[in-house]
Ligand binder design. Structure first.
Ligand SMILES: Cc1cc2nc3c(=O)[nH]c(=O)nc-3n(C[C@H](O)[C@H](O)[C@H](O)COP(=O)(O)OP(=O)(O)OC[C@H]3O[C@@H](n4cnc5c(N)ncnc54)[C@H](O)[C@@H]3O)c2cc1C
Length: 336
């Protein structure tokens, strides 16, 4: 039995992948799936073109492809995924940036440069921007539900309202009893309660605000401030600060920054403020590590957990399947 601790995007994706490989797996989540941790963010972009340079690393491109494969697979099982493949828009904020980005169009067939008059109304685009054609966005609550239900259909057990409190060789003691497990994977995000403190993750806080909006805005907005419209609400995200620093002005600043790109947001009514903390590694790449025999950690997904989780889960599921085969084929390799 494999026990996955934490039902955020990392834990739900991994549980689905392990169950799909026929491995016995139990997922334990202290809260409710889609409503806990950083993965309860109201909307998430699938955008590999990151940072000021807006470059897409080979890892992020591969991660995005992996995510789309997973989405298609879950859809084919009959689940509503809450994922939209719309492309994502990055708007240049200076003529210099526009000049650099415009050149990409000829080198990268996954982007299309748009002159200011080619961008749909509703956005403020004085210098142009580009459309990342393979990008998209999702509603995490719906995506995580779909993953958890698909995992159950493949044979996984999912326990919500279940706090993993203590680990012992071969056992996870939870608020709802003991789960026997030869392998435990901590997908507990920034929570350090079960021994992943040694990983030296940095915890970064940010907000997503909900603003009343009826503007059409066909593409999600990517960049330092980013967002997408769901029904009559435009969810605008941003901000990076140490998790222990409060900033009461963050929502107002976010609204001001976002209204440069979408002017109708300037006076829009503030409907909601969501705060979240993501865990980040020093090199900003996800981490999968065996902390000690039979105890793994998968996370450190920083600001792109929904982009990366499928790729990380595929890699780890492969590793755990191989280990299980070794354990089953030779008693001398049995370590648990
Ligand atoms: C403001 C903001 C905006 C973001 N925007 C995007 C975006 O647009 N695109 C994108 O790809 N990513 C985005 N992210 C990043 C993304 O949200 C995270 O990378 C991702 O959600 C991390 O997933 P996780 O499963 O590793 O951790 P989490 O989502 O934090 O999940 C950990 C889970 O473990 C549970 N848990 C912890 N301890 C225990 C225990 N002892 N027992 C049982 N359960 C436990 C928690 O309740 C939680 O549900 C954003 C993050 C923030 C903060």
């Amino acid at each position: 039995m494999i026990c996955v601790v934490g039902g955020g995007v990392m834990g739900c994706t991994l549980t689905y992948r392990l169950a799909g490989r026929g491995l016995p797996v139990t997922l334990v989540e202290v809260g409710w799936i889609g409503q806990s941790g950083a993965s309860s963010v109201p909307v998430a972009l699938l955008n590999p073109y990151r940072g000021r340079s807006a470059r897409a690393s080979p890892f992020d491109r591969e991660a995005l492809a992996s995510t789309w494969r997973l989405v298609e697979e879950v859809k084919s099982l009959g689940y509503e995924t809450g994922v939209t493949r719309s492309g994502v828009l990055r708007i240049a904020s200076s003529p210099k940036q526009a000049k650099t980005w415009r050149k990409r169009d000829t080198k990268d067939d996954e982007v299309r440069w748009l002159e200011p008059d080619a961008v749909p109304s509703g956005f403020h685009v004085p210098f142009g921007g580009f459309l990342a054609l393979q990008g998209g966005w999702l509603e995490p609550r719906r995506w995580l539900r779909a993953l958890a239900e698909a995992a159950q259909q493949e044979g996984a057990t999912v326990l919500e309202g279940c706090d993993a409190q203590r680990l012992e060789a071969g056992m996870v003691h939870t608020s709802r009893g003991t789960v026997q497990a030869s392998q435990v994977v901590l997908c507990s995000g920034p929570s350090l309660t079960l021994g992943q403190g040694e990983l030296a993750l940095t915890h970064v806080a940010g907000e997503v605000i909900g603003l009343e909006s009826s503007a059409p805005l066909p593409y999600p907005l990517a960049g330092a401030v980013y967002g997408a419209r769901v029904g009559g609400t435009f969810y605008l995200g941003g901000n990076h600060r140490p998790a222990d620093q409060a900033d009461a002005s963050a929502p107002t600043q976010l609204q001001r920054a976002g209204s440069w790109f979408v002017p109708s947001l300037r006076d829009a009514r503030l409907e909601s403020v969501w705060h979240g903390v993501r865990a980040k590694t020093a090199d900003n790449l996800p981490i999968v590590r065996e902390l000690r025999p039979g105890l793994w950690f998968a996370g450190g997904l920083a600001g792109r957990g929904f982009l990366c989780a499928a790729q990380v889960a595929e890699t780890l599921a492969e590793k755990l399947t191989a280990q299980r085969m070794l354990v089953e084929s030779s008693s001398t390799i049995l370590r648990f």
